[in-house]
Design a protein around this ligand. Structure first.
Ligand code: NAP
Length: 296
């Protein structure tokens, strides 16, 4: 029996674990992929107060170690199901919690184009820092206009021959500082008001078709980095907590869910600002409330 089972080892889940571990609770963190969540793919974090210019990998690794050091158990097992009485099922085990914190984050939104799944890992990637090195000296494209796309384009500009940065609107959604950095790179070409409509390549990616103002054209590239936002993946929890129409975990106050003993933290909840700072704040709040409200 665990006092708190935390699902997800991103910044929100690990911060919740840190707070609960420091309160001497018996805590289990379950994670299906690797620790760190999305931040592990960030080359440089510059907006976390007090720690300027830290890499996502270093930040996540320090946090993971900090959590281990307070005695929290972290098991790399994907959660398959949770039931009403707080039994948590993975492929390997069944765990019982007194309370649960859902901190499952979000996943990359897919293009929804034919050949996307087939070309994944053969030219298409959702993570520039993971796969960028495969495209040294080649022509690549980044799709999206948010901070992820801007950071990916900057990162790839140091490796690739040329980077096309393709976005659907005539302006970026991401930070102005990053937009200026992109505009100052000689090997980044910004392609505004364009949508990717087709993927080419029988074995590996050879090019894409883009549509701009009803005109179609082909761009020859070997790598495509998709950065068109994130989507939640919470369907498996819909038997125990209410979801919003978009699939985020509904919460009236950003901490509680529709189940009295299940709490939520981080990007997976319905919220306005999805940032590292708000994720760790959520984690601290969720753990503190779970401890306070269900103390023996
Ligand atoms: P995002 O900010 O939601 O941006 C998504 C981009 O993809 C937007 O340009 C959007 O266009 C476009 N898009 C969405 N759906 C599309 C579709 N179906 N087809 C074509 N384009 C589409 O996502 P993100 O960049 O992944 O960032 C997610 C969150 O993490 C944000 O809050 C971001 O600020 C944060 N983040 C922060 C940092 C940092 O602070 N260093 C780094 C990375 C991410 P529209 O603008 O037209 O909607």
């Amino acid at each position: 029996m665990y006092d708190i089972i935390i699902v997800g080892a991103g910044p929100a889940g690990l911060t919740a674990a840190l707070y609960a571990g420091r309160a001497n609770k018996k805590v289990l963190v379950l994670e299906g992929k690797t620790y760190g969540g999305q931040i592990i793919n960030s080359m440089r974090i510059d907006n976390y107060p007090g720690i300027p210019n830290v890499s996502g990998f270093d930040f996540a690794t320090n946090l993971y170690q900090q959590v281990k050091d307070v005695g929290v158990e972290i098991h790399m097992e994907a959660v398959l199901k949770i039931d009403e009485d707080l039994k948590v099922y993975t492929a390997q085990h069944e765990y019982q919690g007194k309370t649960i914190i859902l901190a499952t984050g979000v996943e990359s939104r897919k293009l929804g184009l034919e050949k996307e799944d087939f070309l994944l890992g053969k030219g298409i990637s959702y993570c520039a820092t993971c796969d960028g090195a495969f495209f040294k000296g080649k022509n690549v494209a980044v799709y999206g206009g948010g901070n992820t796309a801007l950071e990916d384009a900057i990162y790839l500009s140091h490796l690739a021959n040329k980077v096309f940065l393709i976005l659907r609107r005539d302006q970026f959604r991401g930070e102005e500082r990053l937009v200026q950095e992109v505009k100052n790179k000689n090997n980044i070409e910004i392609v505004y008001q364009s949508m990717i409509t087709e993927l080419f390549g029988n074995d590996t990616l050879e090019g894409i078709e883009i549509e701009s103002n009803h005109q179609k054209r082909k761009i020859d590239i070997e790598g495509l980095f998709v950065a068109i936002g994130k989507v939640p993946n919470n369907e498996m929890f819909s038997n125990v907590v209410s979801l919003t129409p978009e699939g985020y975990i509904a919460s009236s106050d950003g901490i509680h869910t529709s189940h009295p003993k299940i709490y939520v933290a981080g990007d997976t909840r319905d919220k306005e600002l999805r940032q590292l700072t708000t994720a760790v704040a959520d984690g601290a709040m969720a753990a503190t409330k779970a401890i306070k409200e269900w103390e023996d």
